[in-house]
Design a protein around this ligand. Structure first.
Ligand code: OKV
Ligand code: MN
Length: 242
């Protein structure tokens, strides 16, 4: 009986190796767990549940087999796939989680986030994020033809690459004070998130007590996951693609 967490696979057609690593991870590891949490940026891009690419369908089939076999699946949005909707979640037998969400992990309240909202030093990004997360903007965007949305998505990805190149390293990491603030707001001693591509376990203090922040890794050359059990403290693990 264990629970797994992953994030930041950035699945896309041009990275067959990542999809293969994920399909293998499902069969080899996730199939034997109680629950799998995917904490955002599972897909490199998402422009609406009405787009059906071979990759999306292949992943949906694999996830549906997992959930049909009795594994509970939770999906949280990232900054790239925040338009994944209830339709896709229903198709795969998963449940969409809000960012942030507190879950009870075998008796320990654990705060789950994608992680981009913690990067408060990047003020420009936070403004941009607020706009894209605005339900009115999303409703307008989703009404546009698929071809228009594909173009916008491509432009946004190019813009983000250009912007990030000029940004200082520390701006793109979480703000330590913001981490403590959200952990105190939710009264938790444990946080799990992804997004920063800086996998690590950090010790800190929150609510006047020791606390821990677990950061998932992005799937580029390695499979990264966090494993937790009733008698097993969270462990950050990695394995090379094969
Ligand atoms: C981060 C910034 C983008 C600034 C959106 C479909 C949607 C992909 C996306 C991909 C890129 C946002 C969402 C990013 C920072 C930018 C542009 C400017 C000011 C769609 C597919 F919704 F339109 F369908 N993207 N990202 N910028 O990397 O988070 O910092 S991003
Ligand atoms: Mn992200």
């Amino acid at each position: 009986m264990t629970t797994f967490f992953i994030s930041d696979l950035h699945l896309e057609e041009s990275r067959r190796d990542i999809t293969d690593a994920f399909l293998h991870f499902l069969k080899d590891k996730a199939a034997h767990t109680e629950a799998l949490y995917i904490l955002g940026d599972f897909f490199e891009a998402w422009i609406g549940d009405d787009e059906h690419t071979p990759l999306q369908d292949e992943i949906a089939t694999a996830l549906k087999s997992l959930t049909d076999a009795g594994v509970t699946l939770y999906l949280m949005h990232g900054n790239r796939d925040f338009l994944i909707g209830e339709d896709y979640c229903d198709r795969v037998g998963g449940t969409l989680l809000d960012d942030p969400t507190v879950v009870d992990l075998y008796g320990t309240p654990t705060l789950l986030m994608h992680g981009d909202s913690l990067c408060t030093a990047d003020v420009e990004y936070q403004k941009f994020r607020a706009n894209m997360r605005n339900p009115q903007w999303q409703a307008m965007f989703l009404k546009r033809p698929l071809a228009d949305r594909q173009l916008v998505a491509r432009q946004l990805r190019e813009m983000s690459m250009a912007k990030n190149q000029g940004k200082q390293e520390d701006i793109m990491d979480v703000t330590k004070d913001e981490v403590v603030r959200v952990m105190e707001e939710h009264g938790v001693q444990r946080l799990i998130h992804g997004h920063t591509h800086r996998p690590a376990v950090h010790d800190l203090e929150a609510n006047g007590e020791p606390a821990q922040r677990f950061v998932l890794g992005d799937w580029d050359t390695h499979v990264w996951w966090i494993e937790v059990g009733p008698e097993q403290a969270p462990e950050l693990k990695k394995e090379a693609f094969r």
